[in-house]
Structure formats: structure tokens, C-alpha cells
Design a protein around this ligand. Structure first.
Ligand code: FPP
Length: 242
């Protein structure tokens, strides 16, 4: 298979809370360390041919957490943009927010849209941040939008669906990684997608790792890319070489 301009890697960031517990720290310190891990990884995308990095930073389900933790996550996100946006833009990063924007705190929405506007003409790594996101909710918003716009049933094709999701059509993830999963045992390993890009990941290679997100480094990323080897996928076609 011909490789696109670069890889699209999606990551379900899991394990911040367990990392904090292991260190005898508050959960929010785990999230802060998670932001540091993310920053480290973004910088390594170009050298690892990762053109798009999509991260699941806040699920709709996460509103069920204690208010103090939720508020703390938004503060960390805002600090991340205040402190690092300029540098990332200078490095060519383009920001895209995915998820239900209408449910975000005003300050988070304003800062995210500012990041999108300021980086719109960048052609380096596309950093897609999923906030207030859930893939089933994404489909519900798409259907609602189609009905509101009187889209004819005949026009609702697979291509229509792909191009009316939060993501850009034709840029679906090659690999989805979930960190913080239980270690494989008895030849089995667990996977839970948690409604992260469900329609976009129908052809993705999904890889789970027990590494907690704050401990995830470029070495892990490189090993996973080599393991998942998206260049050998067949998309239902016939294998021509063994
Ligand atoms: C999952 O770990 C992590 C989250 C729900 C939040 C992740 C958010 C950030 C890293 C901050 C967002 C900022 C940026 C810049 C994207 P968990 O708490 O579920 O971990 P656990 O399963 O070990 O409890």
C-alpha cells in the first residue's frame, strides 16, 4: 500500500490517575505529567513521519469526574496553550479541535479556536485534540445537521458520512494506541475504544500498551509504529507476498 504523506496516529491517553497514585501524588499531577508527555511527543512527530496526531484529552463521559478534577484539566489545557502555542506554531503545528464545541467552557472554546485560527496555514504536524468528544455523539450531531439542512436520503452515502464527521475526510488514523491497558496474558490482550473516532478507525490498527500515558515516550511510539506497520495493510484486498 502506498503510504500517505505521513502517518495518522490517534492516542487514547489513559493512565494519568494511576501514574499519580503510584507516585503518591494527586490525580491532577498525573494529568500535568500527561501534558508534558504529550508535548515531548508532538516534537518528535516529524522525524517519525507522523503527519497527524489525534489525542483523546476529554471525553463526554469525563464530565462524571469530580468537579475539581474536571476544572483542573481545563486549567492544564489553557496553560498548555498559553505557554506552548507560539512555539508549536513556530514549529509548523496546525491545531484542530474535535468534539462538541457547544458544551465546552467559554475560555476553553475561545483559546482552542484562537489556536486553530493562528495555525490554519501551517503544514507541519496536525494536532487534533478531542475535547468533549464521543464518537456516538459525533454521529448524532452529523445526523441532526443533515436533517436540519434537508439533506436527501439519496445523498447520505458512505462518502457523505466520512466528510461530515468532525475530522477531515481522507485523513483517518492508521494506528490507534491506547495506553494504560492491562498487560497481555494467556495470549490475549484487551482493547477498549471508548468511542474515540469509531467510524474513522474502521481500518486502523489498534494497539494497546500497559505503559501509563505519563511514561509514554518516543521510544514507545517508534516500537508501536514498527509493530503496527501500516504499510502492509490490505484493506480487504489480496495478499500478494507473504
Ligand atoms: C486519562 O487518564 C486522562 C484524561 C481523562 C485527561 C487527559 C487530559 C490531559 C492530559 C490534559 C489535557 C491537556 C492537553 C494539552 C491535551 P485517567 O485519569 O483516566 O487515568 P486512570 O485510568 O489511571 O485513572
Amino acid at each position: 500500500m502506498e503510504i500517505k504523506k505521513g502517518l495518522h496516529v490517534g492516542i487514547i491517553l489513559d493512565g494519568n490517575g494511576r501514574w499519580a497514585t503510584q507516585q503518591g501524588k494527586e490525580r491532577l499531577e498525573g494529568h500535568a505529567e500527561g501534558v508534558r508527555a504529550l508535548l515531548g511527543l508532538i516534537k518528535t512527530c516529524p522525524e517519525n513521519r507522523v503527519q497527524t496526531l489525534s489525542v483523546f484529552a476529554f471525553a463526554i463521559a469525563n464530565w462524571k469526574r469530580d468537579k475539581s478534577e474536571v476544572d483542573g484539566i481545563w486549567i492544564l489545557f489553557l496553560q498548555f496553550l498559553t505557554t506552548h502555542l507560539k512555539g508549536l506554531i513556530d514549529d509548523g503545528v496546525r491545531f484542530k479541535l474535535i468534539g462538541d464545541r457547544s458544551g465546552l467552557p467559554d475560555a476553553v472554546l475561545a483559546a482552542s479556536e484562537d489556536a486553530e485560527r493562528r495555525s490554519v496555514s501551517n503544514s507541519g504536524t496536525l494536532l487534533q485534540i478531542a475535547l468533549n468528544y464521543d464518537g456516538v455523539d459525533e454521529v448524532a450531531r452529523m445526523v441532526k445537521n443533515a436533517l436540519q439542512n434537508d439533506i436527501s436520503p439519496d445523498d447520505v452515502t458512505a462518502q457523505y458520512v466520512q466528510s461530515h464527521l468532525d475530522t477531515e475526510a481522507g485523513n483517518e488514523p492508521d494506528i490507534i494506541i491506547r495506553t494504560g491497558m492491562p498487560e497481555a496474558s494467556g495470549g490475549m490482550s484487551q482493547w477498549r475504544g471508548s468511542a474515540f473516532l469509531p467510524l474513522q478507525s474502521v481500518q486502523s490498527v489498534c494497539v494497546s500498551t500497559e505503559v501509563l500515558w505519563p511514561n509514554f515516550t518516543v521510544d514507545h511510539l517508534q516500537k508501536i509504529i514498527a509493530y503496527a506497520d501500516p504499510s502492509s495493510r490490505l484493506f480487504g484486498g489480496q495478499r500478494t507476498k507473504v
